[in-house]
Design a protein around this ligand. Structure first.
Ligand code: V47
Ligand code: SF4
Length: 387
């Protein structure tokens, strides 16, 4: 049954967008050309009206978040020289290189009670010394110590790396790590799928098609995953739409994606930023909001679109709740990847602060589990207030 989407069509002021608005009202699927039209338009508020109407039809006023904790166990990465957008990775002997021992992982994870953590989000570099045995021991040890905590771990790129260095199939790596405790997978490593962009920013990384195939295998095994797109560097709007098209096609086939999360490129301390002559926050608020809104409108088979407050700031994340977003990145606790690349946001956000941001936008906050089931409501009625 098509979604019952309604909005005032006169709020879309760009006449070129009216055919798209009519499709959205009729519950018709948008084409990649429609998506490119949205990206090329300056009518941000009109796009927001449409995306917000679709989001409201799916989720009402409820906005969710998770009490999660990021753990980045190793920054040693064999792609250090070729992922030119990355500020986090190091070569094994380079200053600042680290690889956690299991003791260090347990120590980092021990903050769960203080932070009421329900999910570990674990991603790192492609480290030759961190293969199947390293993660097998890590996940088993974490589940033993914190059986109630969900493990969302390892991007498709890391899974393919483990398969390669341990001479295993991707399917075997996934099913055996699931036995060890892996519950779901994050969406990192997608960057932009177009071969031309990939050749410029991540020459040696597995291809877009290979990324999709790792996710397909995970979905076939019943492992749900997220997906991302790294935007705001050298890609065109058409590259973005090609990327979203590949994500939507896989979701049509498997239904295994939980959420889409656009990732705003940060230019500090990396080769690409220097080449482009950018520092500070490279993406603009306008583009951040448009990316989220276009994701919501084009990815009609996705339930959840998440805004990452560490990347786009809490203020933009709050505004995004009127641009199609129904989920905010959670408490995080300690973040390394974007802070190395110049993010000036905090390292963590308390549950109280997340609730305040969501209420300040006139929405209803709810804590969720890793499968997006609401597990806690915050009782006061929604009200618009200065946040
Ligand atoms: O793949 C690296 C990105 C990703 C930069 O699934 C950068 O819930 C911006 O997997 N500027 C890893 N981004 C992070 C990741 C993730 C993050 C948030 C939520 C989820 C989820 C997953 O970080 C990498 C890459 O795309 N990244 N460097 C940079 N300079
Ligand atoms: Fe390594 Fe990932 Fe950074 Fe690429 S983006 S260098 S794969 S850590």
């Amino acid at each position: 049954m098509p979604l019952a989407v309604s909005f005032d069509r006169s709020r879309v002021s760009d006449p070129l967008l009216l055919p798209v608005a009519d499709k959205v009202l009729a519950g018709e699927r948008l084409t990649q050309a429609d998506g490119a039209l949205l990206f090329h338009s300056g009518d941000l508020l009109g796009i927001g009206v449409m995306a917000s109407a679709v989001n409201r039809a799916k989720h009402g006023d409820v906005v969710t978040f998770a009490a999660n904790q990021h753990i980045n166990p190793t920054n040693v990465c064999i792609l250090r020289k070729t992922c030119v957008f990355c500020s986090y990775a190091r070569l094994p002997k380079e200053a600042g290189a680290y690889r956690y021992t299991m003791e260090q992982v347990w120590e980092e994870a021990a903050k769960v009670d203080a932070n009421m953590t329900r999910e570990f989000h674990i991603v790192g570099g492609l480290d030759m010394q961190a293969g199947f045995a390293y993660y097998d021991e890590m996940f088993r040890g974490l589940k033993e110590r914190h059986p109630q905590v969900h493990i969302k771990a390892l991007t498709a790129v890391e899974i393919a790396h483990i398969a390669r260095i341990d001479k295993m199939s991707v399917r075997d790596v996934l099913s055996r790590l699931r036995e060890a405790g892996l519950d779901t997978m994050p969406g990192g490593g997608a960057e932009v799928f177009s071969p031309g962009v990939r050749a410029t920013i991540a020459e040696k990384k597995l291809s877009g098609t290979e990324y999709i195939e790792v996710h397909r295998t995970a979905h076939e095994l019943g492992i749900r995953t997220n997906c991302t797109m790294l935007y705001g560097h050298v890609e065109s709007y058409e590259d973005r739409m090609n990327h979203l098209g590949m994500l939507r096609d896989l979701q049509d086939d498997t239904g295994g994606y939980l959420a889409y999360i656009p990732l705003a490129y940060h230019p500090d301390n990396n080769e690409l930023g220097a080449e482009l002559g950018r520092t500070g926050t490279a993406t603009t608020g306008f583009d951040d909001l448009k990316n989220l809104a276009v994701g919501r409108l084009f990815l009609d088979n996705f339930d959840h679109v998440k805004s990452h407050w560490i990347m786009v700031t809490p203020a933009i994340s709050q505004l995004s709740l009127d641009f199609g977003v129904n989920d905010l990145e959670g408490t995080v606790v300690r973040e390394k990847i974007y802070h190395e690349a110049g993010a000036h946001t905090a390292q963590a956000m308390s549950l109280g602060e997340l609730v305040r941001i969501i209420r300040g936008a006139g929405k209803v906050p709810a804590e969720r589990d890793s499968f997006y089931h609401v597990i806690r409501n915050f009782d006061d009625p929604p009200r618009a207030e200065a946040a």
